[in-house]
Design a protein around this ligand. Structure first.
Ligand code: HEM
Length: 410
């Protein structure tokens, strides 16, 4: 290892770096773009071009069973199913068929009136925020419940006797069980919550078999991709994964859209006056604010040389989200929030074989969230960062609340 690389020793879960990884990322890209992180025994990749290639590189896989530190989830658990039959695990052909089937259910052809449903849900939560004064938790009251209600409408799944906030919390806790670097407690809670989530999905399957409606479950019950069809267990797992995947990401994304705009009041006023700028604003938030030091993982299928490094079979490679999206080789002045830049090459939703199936849905939801918020956020509203509650999830932190001072109405 070079002297420069040695001096770059750090912990991925350092609180300081979770808050501000940018200086370190600049050094890593320049001095050691494929850096061995000893404390986690993985390679951290920080340049856009490398991450772009690794998303489709046949020498690595997203199948975590290949990882040398892999621990098999317990028999019969959801995560065991995901690891053995999920989109990262199955062979390429089956994965393509599954994606086509599920992806078809997320288009206007699969679920009629998606855009109207999104609009109605967002407006339902926006309405009580008009004319509000004082401190408002924009996560609790706005960005957290929206995605779970939207995905609930799209899939057809409801949670009887459970309010939107609780449903959302359950779904968010399930998705955390998918993350490789979380502790046993998080994984056990995810497993328990999956039991509840999957029971609701199973009830919906029974109901839709009797009486189909315009939703993903009815679509999946009827749809077939060539000789491939999902059985009930497959539908339960895929729809539950969708409820989980579509909740945490979009809820945080919504919060980041609003806080980033509040931090840039000139841009906020520009977009407020011209709503045609909303889609490009969302894309720029996904670039500017979404990624940190960490990111999604790939695992080496065999030994290979990479940037002069010896990557051995079974080692994890972490593709840094902030590394790619703030790389000056691709984005001029990357630490500046600039809604006029070209973001057509964004990697926030991944790339290639596993490109996010919910990307269009997420962009539509985030667009509707921004558009509705511009009608209720008073000029001069301020994010009260030091009063926000956060929780640590290993290599990243998540906001539990996001208080914003709406002022006194004068
Ligand atoms: C801002 C919101 C979102 C972000 C940033 C995001 C990000 C990502 C990324 C980076 C991947 C690729 C992972 C990899 O290659 O390792 C992915 C995959 C996936 N996402 Fe999303 N996602 C978002 C919202 C959603 C929504 C709303 C849904 C569904 C309702 C969804 C469903 C999926 C699924 C099913 C996959 C797996 C695809 C496959 O393996 O073939 N995501 N997402």
């Amino acid at each position: 290892m070079s002297a420069a690389a040695e001096s770059l020793d750090f912990r991925l879960d350092s609180e300081e770096l979770k808050k501000n990884p940018w200086e370190l990322l600049r050094r890593l890209r320049k001095e050691d773009p494929v850096h061995y992180v000893e404390s986690m025994d993985l390679w951290l990749v920080t340049r856009y071009d490398d991450i772009y290639e690794l998303f489709n590189d046949p020498r690595v896989t997203g199948d975590r069973r290949v990882w040398e530190h892999y621990q098999r989830p317990k028999e019969g658990s959801f995560f065991r199913w995901v690891d053995d039959y999920g989109l990262m695990a199955v062979d390429r052909q089956t994965q393509a068929k599954q994606r086509h089937l599920i992806g078809g259910g997320l288009t206007p052809r699969g679920v009629r009136g998606i855009d109207q449903k999104i609009h109605d849900v967002v407006q339902h939560f926006a309405k009580p925020l008009h004319g509000r004064t004082g401190v408002v938790d924009i996560m609790k009251e706005f960005t957290t419940p929206i995605p779970v209600v939207v995905v609930g409408h799209i899939t057809g799944v409801t949670a009887p006797g459970v309010d939107d906030a609780k449903f959302s919390q359950l779904a968010q806790e399930v998705i955390r069980g998918f993350f490789t670097f979380v502790n046993d407690e998080v994984r056990e809670r995810a497993d328990r919550n999956y039991e509840l989530l999957s029971a609701w999905v199973r009830e919906t399957i029974e109901a839709r078999r009797r009486e189909p409606k315009d939703d993903l479950i009815s679509y999946l019950l009827a749809a077939q991709e060539g000789d491939f069809k999902l059985d009930d267990d497959g539908i339960v797992a895929q729809v539950s994964a969708m409820l989980a995947a579509g909740t945490e990401t979009t809820s945080s994304g919504g919060m980041l859209c609003l806080t980033t705009l509040l931090d840039h009041p000139e841009t906020l006023e520009r977009v407020r006056a011209d709503r045609s700028l909303v889609p490009q604003t969302v894309l720029e938030v996904l670039r500017y604010a979404f990624g940190g030091l960490g990111g999604t993982q790939r695992y080496a299928l065999d030994d290979f040389e990479y940037h002069g490094r010896k990557i051995t079979r079974g080692k994890a490679m972490m593709l840094s989200g902030g590394g790619a999206s703030h790389d000056p080789a691709v984005y001029d002045d990357p630490d500046t929030f600039d809604i006029d830049r070209d973001n057509s090459n964004l990697l926030t939703f991944g790339r290639g074989q596993h490109y996010c199936l919910g990307a269009n849905l997420a962009k539509a939801e985030l667009g509707a969230i921004v558009d509705a918020a511009l009608d209720f956020l008073p000029p001069g509203a301020k994010v009260l960062r030091d009063q926000a509650e956060t929780e640590s999830l290993g290599i990243f932190n998540r906001n539990k609340t996001c208080p914003v001072d709406f002022g006194d109405g004068s």
